[in-house]
Design a binder for this molecule. Sequence first.
Ligand code: HEC
Length: 93
Amino acid sequence: MQPVVLWRGILAAGLLALAPVQPSAAEPDAGAAAWAANCAKCHRTPSRILYAVPDTTDAGASARLDRFLAQHHATDEAERAAIIAWLQAQASQ
Ligand code: HEC
């Protein structure tokens, strides 16, 4: 490899390392972050509680889940809404 090419490679690698870490489109959003902060210490993954997560068209069950979570480690309303939306996205996959 010629020295100039090598330097270009090193420079490119350096720029990549400096680039801010972007969340991938499918992954962490506010709900995922809130889940990680408030829920993951007990629920390692959402898989075992997805049975309790209604789909988005079931407003009644979604409201029940919201009331449950208000007393279950998610007191902040906006955070709770984000978690529920995230859980519903997990459930629909
Ligand atoms: C301190 C541990 C702990 C934390 C933190 C915790 N959970 Fe739980 N969770 C449990 C346990 C234990 C159960 C099963 C017993 C029960 O239903 O209370 C449960 C049950 C559930 C259920 C099922 C309820 C049902 O109707 O069967 C859901 C949904 C749930 N958790 C969501 C969450 C979410 C979302 C968070 C974060 C905001 C969270 N949990 C934080 C311990 C925890």
